[in-house]
Design a protein around this ligand. Structure first.
Ligand SMILES: Nc1ncnc2c1ncn2[C@@H]1O[C@H](COP(=O)(O)OP(=O)(O)O)[C@@H](O)[C@H]1O
Ligand SMILES: Cc1ncc(COP(=O)(O)O)c(N)n1
Length: 504
């Protein structure tokens, strides 16, 4: 956690023109046409944190969420013209520097900084993209090292710190902090060491100021692929906060907090299939309530993955009678579930939703018939309704007598948890060949089912947005109860047939 704010004797908070209402921030960086990194990320970050953003472009990249395909560096003289045009007219509160491409570009930026001395300079020493592609010529590393002492803050990640110090990349956090402190002392500047590249542990950063104790900020590491442009966004956000409040410790804490939610919610943007961007404007877009529900059932999800039934299914060791019991119950369940979906169709507020649930209801009956025709005919199991099936179907039928919103919340876990379990199991399915339950596993990892799940989630979120707080609470309760029944449903074969063949 932040324990102190840091200020160097050479540049103190008081000699910066701080407390500007809307700080004017210039990004000197490369362009990322996919919008996740570079000047695009910087302008979004500056705006999201309340600054006025400007950009002088050092290089054009052709890249997407998978990597950099090409880099074009315009003549360095043109960058000089851009910078000159800005400083001839506009007073700047902070400058953030990102991709510099080559030593000529670095030379232009160095000369302009010396001449104009903006009050806050944050240098992100971009060298290699998260995709592994180079964004700085190897022979320009010396020139970049010489720029460090001009910055008020330099923000290396672990590999960049190693290059700046002409040493191997530090192997662990303690070694990295020591190395970053050496850099701060040698260059007499602040260093923000970013620990995003460490493979385990929390997402941790440290602010090192010559002659002071390190200030560490840490938040839980998020399991996400939306990390493209985190470094760009972070440094632009810190520059903006610093221009406004003049306190490095506070700026770091504010920017880290904002970035963390931006990383957590990046997937909502649905941009690209590689390393996606972060959600810079998350504060403008309230989180869909369904995401909150999903987080709140995390213990139920963890419980499902630990069930002997699921483990046995994944490993292919589940005894056949348990699987047959499960499918027989599933067939019974699908009949009741189909009625609940038909009721959702009847209550739906528009034709799109009406048609969606009606299709779902019909699909359930098809799958029920298919289960009987294929597996259950060959592997008979008791057709009697088990206690968990009864409880779960009763819950759905009770919700069918409630509002559309509550009913949609009650039917959602069957889509969502099944689709999710299907994806979780898909990996182990491919490791075991032939897999005794392979055909069944494939139907749950099916892309059409995943698309239907996305649609069901969206309709539930839309319904939640239209009801008041009391009804939204009823929706949550219906969702939570159905999620618990999903867990019990997976565990029902073991409970019904005894512990003997638990599949472990
Ligand atoms: N998976 C993650 N969860 C939470 N924070 C992350 C994650 N990945 C990166 N960050 C944070 O994003 C910021 C920049 O990360 P980093 O990857 O170290 O820099 P760069 O993008 O320059 O390589 C750091 O504060 C880091 O902790
Ligand atoms: C134009 C430009 N600047 C910087 C980065 C680094 O960002 P990341 O490390 O997240 O790939 C990038 N990919 N593109």
């Amino acid at each position: 956690m932040v324990v102190s704010a840091a200020a160097l004797p050479t540049r103190t908070a008081t000699d910066s023109p701080v407390a500007t209402a809307i700080p004017r921030i210039l990004s000197i960086a490369g362009s990322d046409p996919s919008g996740g990194a570079g000047i695009q990320a910087d302008l979004k970050s500056i705006s999201a944190l309340g600054g006025y953003g400007m950009a002088a472009v050092t290089a054009l990249t052709a890249q997407n969420t998978h990597g950099v395909r090409a880099v074009h560096v315009p003549p360095a003289g043109f960058l000089r013209s851009q910078l000159q045009a800005i400083s001839d007219d506009i007073e700047l509160d902070a400058v953030k520097i990102g991709m510099l491409a080559d030593s000529q570009v670095i030379g232009v930026v160095r000369d302009w900084l010396r001449e104009h001395r903006p009050p806050v300079i944050v240098l992100d020493p971009v060298m290699v993209a998260s995709s592994g592609d180079r964004l700085l010529d190897a022979e320009a590393e010396d020139a970049l090292r010489e720029l460090v002492h001009l910055a008020d803050l330099v923000t290396p990640n672990l590999p960049e710190l190693g290059v700046l110090m002409r040493e191997a990349e530090p192997g662990d956090w303690a070694a990295a902090v020591r190395m970053a402190q050496q850099l701060a002392d040698a260059q007499q500047t602040r260093v923000l060491l970013k620990g995003g590249h460490l493979s385990a542990g929390p997402a941790r950063d440290a602010l090192l100021v010559p002659g002071e104790q390190p200030v560490v900020v840490e938040l839980p590491r998020l399991q996400t692929t939306n990390t493209h442009g985190t470094g760009c966004s972070f440094s632009a956000a810190i520059a903006t906060c610093q221009a406004r409040n003049g306190d490095w410790g506070q700026s770091l804490a504010e920017a880290k907090d904002w970035l963390h939610t931006a990383v957590a919610r990046g997937a909502e943007l649905r941009v690209g299939s590689g390393l996606g961007p972060v959600h810079h404007f998350h504060r403008w877009h309230p989180e869909p309530v369904t995401d909150d529900w999903w987080r709140r059932i995390e213990p139920i999800r963890a419980g499902i993955l630990e069930l002997p039934f699921i483990r046995g299914l994944a490993a292919g060791t589940l005894p056949e009678p348990e699987f047959s019991y499960y499918l027989a119950q599933d067939a019974r369940y699908l009949n009741g579930y189909s009625r609940a979906l038909a009721r959702a169709s009847a209550l739906a507020p528009d034709e799109r939703q009406q048609a969606f649930w009606a299709r779902g209801a019909a699909n359930c009956l098809d799958v029920e018939a298919e289960l009987h025709r294929t597996w259950l005919q060959k592997h008979p199991a008791s057709p009697l309704e088990g206690p968990v099936t009864k409880k779960y179907v009763d819950h759905l039928l009770a919700a069918s007598g409630s509002s559309y919103a509550v009913l949609v919340a009650a039917v959602l876990p069957c889509y969502w948890l099944y689709s999710w379990v299907g994806k979780e199991l898909a990996a182990s399915r491919s490791l075991i060949d032939p897999h005794p339950y392979g055909a069944w596993l494939d139907t749950y990892a099916d892309e059409d089912f995943a698309a239907a799940t996305e649609q069901a989630i969206e309709f539930a979120a839309m319904a939640a947005a239209r009801v008041d707080g009391a009804e939204r609470e009823l929706m949550w309760q219906a969702f939570q109860a159905a999620s618990e029944y999903e867990l019990e449903f997976f565990d029902a074969p073991r409970a019904a047939l005894g512990q003997a063949g638990s599949g472990r």
